[in-house]
Design a protein around this ligand. Structure first.
Ligand code: ZN
Length: 140
């Protein structure tokens, strides 16, 4: 799909908010239907997922200590008619070791978020046999 650039947002999310739902709620409030984003900061707790293709579900790793939010990227599209953020994150521990995956949830210590809205026909996530909710594949 092809998009025009829309509004750009740079903001700090509140401490103790949950990052994924914060992005979803911000997108809904601002009427963002498609977008891409990145986040840096620090999370007090996080759940990161690894999608097990055999089981058709996520294995969830719980991190209960503060981790640097080294790199976070994701996109916003529609799921069930509402903005839905798909978020991946690399998290660093006190020794600088990185862990990462699909960010299921994260409790914010600091989160500096950049969101770039995209204007055009929104992509929609649809349930698949794999257990994932995905966009239609682009056919050339
Ligand atoms: Zn994912």
């Amino acid at each position: 799909m092809e998009y025009e650039l829309g509004r750009s947002f740079l903001l700090r999310a509140p401490e103790d908010a949950e990052l994924v739902s914060f992005i979803n709620e911000f997108a809904e409030k601002k009427g963002i239907r498609m977008g891409i984003f990145n986040v840096i900061g620090s999370l007090k707790k996080a759940k990161i997922g690894y999608f097990d293709t055999n089981e058709g579900k996520y294995t969830v790793i719980e991190l209960n200590e503060t981790h640097e939010l080294i790199a976070t990227m994701g996109n916003i599209s529609l799921k069930d008619g509402k903005p839905f953020a798909h978020v991946h994150a690399v998290l660093g521990d006190e020794k600088g070791n990185a862990k990462g995956g699909h960010l299921v949830e994260g409790v914010i210590f600091v989160a500096e978020i950049f969101i770039q809205e995209l204007i055009g026909e929104p992509l929609e996530r649809k349930p698949q046999e794999s257990g994932l909710a995905l966009w239609d594949e682009e056919r050339t």
